[in-house]
Write a new protein. Sequence first.
Length: 112
Amino acid sequence: MFVHYNSLKADMPGQMRQVAEFLQIDVPDDRWESIIEYCSFDWMKQNATKSVPLGGAFWDAVAQVFINRGTNGRWCELLSAEDSARYEAMAVEQLGEECAHWLATGQLEQPN
């Protein structure tokens, strides 16, 4: 099973239910609301020391730095066009065209 961050951002409850089904975990209906809340970006940011490795001990500004903004693609602002092209070529080389496409877009099939 593949779960893409963009899919989680678009429909976290639906994606979580798919993961539970895939893992054959029966979650009682009355537990879903709290589980989804604890998996939300806002909850994790507010409770960062509970949700990052070693409570954030490896980051100068503690755990909140590890859980930054919860957005995807911020690297686009930092890399040059040349760096982006090198990354994309290496992703295809290392992962194959289909997997590299999924990694970049969250979509399994490429448009025709």
